[in-house]
Write a protein that binds this ligand. Structure first.
Ligand SMILES: Cc1cc2nc3c(=O)[nH]c(=O)nc-3n(C[C@H](O)[C@H](O)[C@H](O)COP(=O)(O)OP(=O)(O)OC[C@H]3O[C@@H](n4cnc5c(N)ncnc54)[C@H](O)[C@@H]3O)c2cc1C
Length: 403
């Protein structure tokens, strides 16, 4: 049984290009966030180089399920983050169309919606309360009876008592998305350099002048750090700009559905989510574990995923188990991303997207594009820069769920 990130269906075409001596912008990190930013800046005519110490997506991005779950992730109190998430959800169809057109690839964007199901009477009260909270926050959620849920998804266990339909919570397929972003960056004349680590930022007269890498130096007046979980610990940012981001481990697995009709919506239980993909994979995720940089796939993790998934979908017993993996969500002290300028001229941050990197990719790329082109962040993203942590503990409310 392979312990591999997600699916092998991504385009393995190497993005390794020679490192140029200079460019307009260096993007450090080629995950979903770095690649989205690199593509958007390149398509504005800038010469852009995205650099990854591994390969594109090798961090959290290929470990993700790819849910765009603004409503399912909602927790009361996280209203700034919900507004950002809803804006990104609004941007997603345009982002998808542009990405697919630029790359000539599909990203398996599936708009069936997400259902949060209650498996038994004791879960119903909690699910109903959750639905009321979502409606009060202006989300387009809808309560469904057990019968209505089973009409939509007949393969679910008959004991489903009811649940919430989140019609705007769609999904994409991470391996396809990363492959498309690579293609789109290439078609916008951007450069992707893989297998090269950025060791240090180059500073001249107190501002960014480029980066030093394991393959040489690149001069650039703008550096965007999109290094995911590494941003919190790799020492690239000057000490006074400490970015409070830590790894939050998640284990997931993939099964092969016997028929596409086994499931079409993304389905959440209280413990986990089931996300059917267009190629008949069913992604089951994810554990939530505070284990530092431990990447092991454990018997306990896999057992809890299989047991929880079987509770919702009995047909799972007949499905082939095709992959299992783990990843680290890049999680900030307040669970919200760190996006924007820093006190250091030419240095921009885009990291800490926790469980929402795919959901927030369009709004993050748009915010950085606006910042670079106009000098200003859009108001909806302006409160998410590093300064919110300055001198105090984070106070932004958090969200909790199982992605
Ligand atoms: C199990 C699991 C399930 C998830 N499910 C979802 C989901 O359904 N929906 C959703 O929206 N989000 C989900 N997430 C969260 C999502 O994966 C992340 O928020 C997102 O991938 C973060 O993207 P990123 O580009 O910031 O980071 P990463 O993908 O980690 O990319 C950072 C990159 O930086 C590179 N790097 C680091 N340091 C350096 C350096 N010094 N030099 C060069 N390169 C460097 C790394 O190699 C890496 O490739 C999930 C996460 C996990 C773990």
């Amino acid at each position: 049984m392979p312990i591999v990130p997600n699916s092998a269906s991504t385009d393995p075409a190497p993005g390794t290009a020679p490192l140029p001596a200079s460019c307009d912008a260096v993007i450090v990190g080629a995950g979903v966030i770095g690649l989205s930013i690199a593509w958007r800046l390149a398509s504005r005519g800038m010469s852009v180089v995205a650099i990854d110490r591994g390969y594109a997506g090798c961090g959290a991005s290929l470990a993700a399920t790819g849910m765009l779950a603004a409503a399912a992730e909602f927790e009361p109190g996280g209203l700034d983050l919900v507004a950002l998430a809803l804006e990104s959800q609004r941007l997603w169809p345009t982002f998808r169309d542009a990405l697919e057109a630029a790359s000539g690839r599909t990203i398996d964007y599936r708009d069936h919606g997400t259902m949060l199901i209650a498996l038994g009477r004791d879960e119903v009260a909690r699910a109903r309360f959750r639905c009321e909270q979502q409606l009060a926050a202006g989300l387009e959620s809808r309560w469904l009876s057990g019968e209505e849920i089973r009409d939509r998804e007949p393969a679910l266990r008959p004991s489903v008592v009811g649940g919430i339909l989140c019609p705007n919570d769609h999904q994409v397929d991470p391996p396809r998305m990363i492959a498309a972003l690579k293609g789109a960056l290439r078609s916008a004349a951007g450069t992707l350099v893989e297998g090269t680590a950025v060791n240090a930022l180059d500073l001249t007269a107190g501002r960014i002048a480029g980066v030093t890498t394991t393959s040489g130096a690149v001069r650039a007046p703008l550096v965007v750090l999109a290094t995911g979980v590494a941003i919190g610990s790799d020492g690239l940012v000057p000490a006074e700009l400490r970015v409070p981001v830590r790894p939050l481990k998640g284990q997931s697995l993939a099964l092969r559905m016997n028929a596409p009709s086994d499931l079409s919506h993304v389905v959440w239980t209280e413990q986990l989510h089931l996300a059917p993909k267009g190629d008949h994979r069913l992604v089951v995720g994810a554990t939530v574990e505070e284990r530092g940089f431990d990447s092991s796939v454990t018997a306990g993790g896999v057992y809890s995923l299989l047991e929880g998934a079987r509770r919702a979908l009995p047909a799972l017993e007949e499905m082939e188990l095709i992959a299992m993996w783990s990843g680290w969500r890049p999680t900030s002290d307040d669970d919200a991303p760190v996006i924007g300028a820093t006190g250091l001229d030419g240095l921009v941050l885009a990291a800490g997207h926790h469980r929402n990197g795919y959901l927030l990719a369009p709004v993050t790329a748009q915010a950085i594009e606006d910042l670079v082109i106009t000098g200003r962040m859009p108001p909806i993203a302006a409160g998410f820069d590093l300064s919110r942590f300055a001198g105090a503990n984070a106070t932004r409310p958090t969200q909790e769920a199982n992605s």
